[in-house]
Write a protein that binds this ligand. Structure first.
Ligand SMILES: NC(=O)c1ccc[n+]([C@@H]2O[C@H](COP(=O)([O-])OP(=O)(O)OC[C@H]3O[C@@H](n4cnc5c(N)ncnc54)[C@H](O)[C@@H]3O)[C@@H](O)[C@H]2O)c1
Length: 280
């Protein structure tokens, strides 16, 4: 259902690869809500992904960019302002990749060149996007910038590896740059910490199926899906959240606040004693 929350707003969406991508769902919702935007991803992703299908559906121009390249990002912002006819109101950073995860290098045997790439692609690219936009003065007052994070920034989740460090840095960049953007330009910068979600990036995490099962059972509302994450992004891009900034906002069905759940307690008792104990 559309609420016209982004009527007249312009934006840039980084990271839509295929129809499972969180950024893909955000683009579909933003279009439904009345926004006009450009899409960006790496040349490789443009070749192998399905972004043209999305671009056609959303009447969006696709601008290739490796988000680790300041020149590429400058081109994305300059071209977007040209195509959209002025500054943008929202930006989505939905970018993440770890070669250590991909190549199965565990945390106590990291390849440091891979680690540098992980941080550059998954975190520093966010700083680069914010700095390029700042220098070009490319975002309107009361605009909103959102990056997608994960609770591995605060807690250890087996298999997430160096991406936990990348997310911690990403969230810190949102606070540090959010302060400057808020003070000088009245622009919001936040991260959304999303439930595990079955996407190309998500499915690369070791034990993803078991992790999703665990977090789903532990969360009182269950895991948040990609469509629901898109809804939350839309609200953060809208004028309904004008004073929300420098926050890491959990969108995880309550998982981040649960220590022991009723289901987990029952399982624990069962496996210890072989029978059900009374639990309230
Ligand atoms: N899937 C999950 O479980 C989950 C949970 C929490 C947060 N997130 C985060 O959500 C974001 C989007 O991931 P997703 O799950 O939709 O997976 P996805 O694989 O669909 O998206 C990741 C995107 O990053 C892009 N990318 C990789 N290297 C890049 C580079 N150098 N320059 C520009 N783009 C590059 C990929 O092309 C891809 O489009 C990521 O930041 C991810 O860490 C995902």
């Amino acid at each position: 259902m559309a609420y016209h929350l982004l009527e007249g707003k312009k934006g840039i969406i980084f990271g839509a690869l295929d129809n499972k991508s969180i950024a893909w769902k955000v683009a579909e919702r933003a279009y439904e809500e009345g926004a006009r935007f450009t899409l960006s991803n790496t040349p490789t992703a443009l070749r192998f992904g399905q972004i043209d299908e999305l671009a056609e559906k959303c009447e969006a121009e696709v601008i290739p960019a490796d988000a680790t390249s300041v020149d590429d990002l400058t081109n994305v912002f300059e071209r977007s302002m040209e195509v959209l006819g002025g500054k943008v109101d929202f930006v989505l950073h939905s970018i993440g990749m770890s070669l250590n995860v991909r190549k199965k290098r565990v945390y106590n045997d990291l390849d440091y060149n891979y680690l540098k790439k992980t941080l550059d692609i998954s975190s520093i690219s966010f700083h680069k996007i914010l700095q390029v936009a700042y220098k070009l003065d490319a975002i309107n007052e009361w605009g909103s910038v959102v990056a997608l994070s994960y609770i591995a920034a605060q807690r250890i989740l087996y298999g997430y590896n160096d991406m936990g460090d990348a997310k911690a840095l990403l969230e810190s960049i949102a606070r540090s740059f959010g302060y400057i953007y808020g003070r000088e330009k009245k622009i919001r910068v936040n991260t959304i910490s999303q439930s595990p979600t079955y996407t190309t990036a998500g499915s690369g995490v070791k034990g993803m199926k078991a992790l999703m099962d665990f977090t789903g059972r532990m969360s009182p509302l269950g895991n948040a899906g990609a469509d629901e994450c898109a809804d939350y992004c839309i609200v953060l891009f809208s004028d309904l959240t004008k004073k929300v900034t420098m926050q890491n906002l959990f969108h995880d069905g309550g998982f981040s606040s649960v220590g022991m759940s009723l289901k987990a307690m029952k399982m624990y008792n069962k496996s210890l004693d072989g029978d059900d104990e009374d639990v309230e």
